[in-house]
Design a protein around this ligand. Structure first.
Ligand SMILES: CC(C)(COP(=O)(O)OP(=O)(O)OC[C@H]1O[C@@H](n2cnc3c(N)ncnc32)[C@H](O)[C@@H]1OP(=O)(O)O)[C@@H](O)C(=O)NCCC(=O)NCCS
Length: 271
């Protein structure tokens, strides 16, 4: 088995790995990650048997994702080798990831520690009333980037630019001409994922989420950060069901942005 950098030519093999582990195919997400991140594969006899993705934000942070090993090849040290490879490549740069229960013991071996949680809420959205936010215009981009940078404490400009290509809707909240929050939706199969949502306060986040959810057809998914328990209750009141929780794990001193203003992450493959 050897670990090598993959190109977008391997997209379908990556999708097959996702499906093998019962994840959704995530074709759009994989395509985006090939553009903004380094995708590595564990290859054995010419066959892709595992993946890991590292998205770097200058020398400030690396977000690790898509740690997947084909079911038939599990328990043979491939996952460990992939995470070790990601850790070695990151060097002294702090790292973050969202860990499934299956992945968590593996990350703990590499000194990742749990620093938070999100709970995934899914279901048909029950209408909440008239729209109070508006669709994003080109002129809003600087304000959106400013909020995003304050919340995350790293520059996500290029990632957000590529992410825009897979979004369905983008909205901002505005008070007296000042942008106080922004949010987006994108698709994971039939499910509309609402995220990211960054806002000055929870009321603004709720307004963005309600409008974005109402813009969407079919089930919606919110990965609610545990810093906002009232938001989780509100999501349930509006028809969603809490599924599993996912741990946020970090390694080293990650940049500390104003995380209280992060209500829903962009996607678990990033941060
Ligand atoms: C998690 C996953 C990547 C592990 O891959 P793997 O190749 O089977 O793992 P390895 O064989 O390298 O085992 C890695 C280490 O973690 C340990 N480990 C793995 N799963 C474990 C579990 N559920 N509980 C306790 N320890 C576990 C192993 O004992 C091993 O420890 P060791 O190296 O000290 O012996 C794989 O199970 C997988 O793809 N799961 C589905 C997708 C997923 O949840 N990925 C994580 C996303 S955050």
């Amino acid at each position: 088995m050897r670990i090598r950098r993959l190109s977008a030519d391997h997209l379908e093999s990556c999708v097959a790995l996702s499906l093998d582990r019962g994840w959704s195919p995530d074709r759009d997400k994989w395509a985006m990650l090939f553009d903004v991140a380094e995708v590595y594969g564990a290859v054995e006899d010419g066959k892709l048997v595992g993946t890991t993705v590292s998205t770097g934000f200058d020398d400030d942070l690396v977000a690790v994702s898509m740690v997947l090993v084909a079911t038939a090849h599990g328990g043979r040290g491939i996952g460990r080798a992939l995470v070790q490879h990601a850790v070695e490549r990151a060097g002294t740069v702090p790292m973050t990831l969202y860990a499934t229960d299956a992945g968590r013991p593996l990350y703990e071996k590499f000194d990742f520690r749990v620093t938070g949680h999100v709970t995934t809420h899914v279901g048909p959205w029950r209408s909440a009333g008239p729209r109070t936010t508006r669709f994003t215009a080109d002129g809003d981009v600087p304000a959106v980037l400013e909020i995003d940078a304050a919340v995350h404490a790293v520059d996500r400009t290029s990632v957000l630019a590529r992410f825009a290509a897979i979004t369905e809707h983008r909205r901002v909240a505005e008070v007296d001409g000042v942008i106080t929050g922004y949010g987006c939706t994108w698709h994971n199969g039939e499910t509309t994922i609402v995220g990211p949502v960054c806002a000055a306060d929870e009321a603004t986040a709720r307004a963005l989420i309600a409008d974005l959810a109402e813009d969407s057809a079919g089930p919606v998914r919110l990965d609610v950060d545990h810093r906002h328990p009232a938001l989780a209750r509100w999501a349930v009141e509006h028809g969603l069901t809490a599924r599993g929780a996912t741990a946020i794990m970090t390694r080293g001193q990650v940049p500390s942005g104003d995380r209280d203003r992060l209500f829903l992450p962009i996607m678990q493959a990033l941060f």
